[in-house]
Design a protein around this ligand. Structure first.
Ligand code: CP
Ligand code: NVA
Length: 308
C-alpha cells in the first residue's frame, strides 16, 4: 500500500519521480480550460474521499480539481459532520471508507489520527496537513523552486517565523533533495528539538539564526508562514506577534537577500503581519505559482499512490 504520509517516510527516488511527473502533467495542460479532461484518464472509475477536520481553500479545491481532471470523482467530507467527529474510532472509519472509496486524503490535528487512518485503511491515505507536517505543500514548493531556478539541490533556503508544521516538512525534504535550511525566529518558537536532532542525524543540520537580516544574506529562497497556525491557541496571539515582529518579511529584509532570491508563502497569508503586500506582490514572489502547483504536485502524488 502506497500511503503519502510524510516526505521523509517516502523513498527519495519516488519523490523525484513525482516532482518530474507533476511538471510533465502541468506542461501537457498549458492553455487549456481547467475543466478539460487530461489526455490520460488514470483516475477513471476511482472515487476519492477528501476529509477536512480544519478549514481549507487550496487543499480542498486543488485535490478536487485534480481528481476531476484525471477522470475520477470526489466527495468532500467535513470531520465534524461525520461520525468521526462524534466518537466513532478512526480505525472503524478507515475500514468503512475503504469499502466505498479508492483513496482517502485527510486534513486533521494529531499525526496519530493520520497514522491510525493509514494503518486500518485498505486504500492509500494522503496527509493533507496535520499539526506536525504538510508534505503536499512542500512537494509543490520544490516544484515551484525548480520551475524558476532549476535543480533545488544545494540551494539555500531560509525560513522566518514559527518553527511549525510547514517548516517541518521542509526539514523532512532537505536530505532527499539535498538543500540547506536556515531557521530564523525567536527561541520560544524554535522547531521541535526531535526534528532538529533528526535533521542532524541525516547530515542536514538546520542552521539557527536569531538575526533576520543575517539569515537571508545568501538565501536562494526566503519562506514564511502564518504566525498562528490553525491548531494554535488564540490566547497566545499578542505574545507571539510581539516575538515574531522582527522576523516579518518586508522589502527592507528582501533587499538584504540576493536580488534573485525567491519568496514563498504557502498561504493563507496575513498581509502586514508575517509578510508585507509589497513582498507578497513583489517581483521575487512566487506565492501564486506555489498555490497552482499544489494541483499538479498532488495529481502526481495521487497517481503514485494508486500506481496509475
Ligand atoms: N496552503 C494550504 O494548505 O492552504 P489551505 O489551508 O487553504 O488548504
Ligand atoms: N501553518 C499553517 C499552514 C496552513 C496551510 C497552519 O497549520 O495553519
Amino acid at each position: 500500500m502506497r500511503h503519502f504520509l510524510d516526505i521523509h517516510t517516502t523513498d527519495a527516488a519516488d519523490l523525484r519521480h513525482m516532482i518530474d511527473h507533476a511538471r510533465t502533467m502541468k506542461d501537457a495542460r498549458k492553455g487549456q480550460l481547467k475543466g478539460t479532461p487530461d489526455a490520460e484518464q488514470p483516475l477513471a472509475n476511482h472515487i476519492v474521499a477528501l476529509i477536512f477536520e480544519k478549514p481549507s481553500t487550496r487543499t480542498r479545491v486543488s485535490f478536487d480539481v485534480g481528481v476531476r481532471q484525471m477522470g475520477g470523482q470526489t466527495m468532500v467530507l467535513s470531520g465534524a459532520d461525520m461520525q468521526l467527529g462524534h466518537g466513532e474510532t478512526i480505525a472503524d472509519t478507515a475500514r468503512v471508507l475503504s469499502r466505498y472509496v479508492d483513496l482517502i486524503m485527510i486534513r486533521t490535528f494529531e499525526p496519530a489520527t493520520l497514522e491510525e487512518m493509514a494503518e486500518y485503511a485498505t486504500v492509500p491515505v494522503i496527509n493533507g496537513l496535520t499539526n506536525k507536517s504538510h508534505p503536499c505543500q512542500i512537494m509543490a514548493d520544490i516544484m515551484t523552486f525548480e520551475e524558476h531556478r532549476g535543480p533545488i539541490k544545494d540551494a539555500k533556503i531560509t525560513w522566518l517565523g514559527d518553527g511549525n508544521n510547514v517548516f517541518a516538512s521542509f526539514v523532512h525534504a532537505a536530505p532527499a533533495f539535498g538543500f540547506d535550511l536556515t531557521f530564523a525566529g525567536p527561541e520560544t518558537l524554535d522547531p521541535d528539538p526531535k526534528l532538529m536532532a533528526w535533521a542532524e542525524a541525516q547530515g542536514r543540520p538546520v542552521r539557527i539564526e536569531r538575526d533576520a537580516e543575517a539569515s537571508v544574506d545568501d538565501a536562494d529562497l526566503v519562506v514564511t508562514d502564518t504566525w498562528i497556525s490553525m491548531h494554535d491557541s488564540q490566547t497566545a496571539r499578542e505574545r507571539r506577534h510581539n516575538q515574531l515582529r522582527p522576523y516579518q518579511v518586508n522589502k527592507a529584509l528582501m533587499e538584504k537577500a540576493d536580488e534573485k532570491s525567491l519568496f514563498m508563502h504557502c498561504l493563507p497569508a496575513h498581509r502586514g503581519e508575517e509578510a508585507t503586500s509589497e513582498v507578497m506582490d513583489g517581483p521575487n514572489s512566487v506565492v501564486f505559482d506555489e498555490a497552482e502547483n499544489r494541483l499538479h504536485a498532488q495529481k502526481a502524488i495521487m497517481r503514485w499512490c494508486l500506481e496509475v
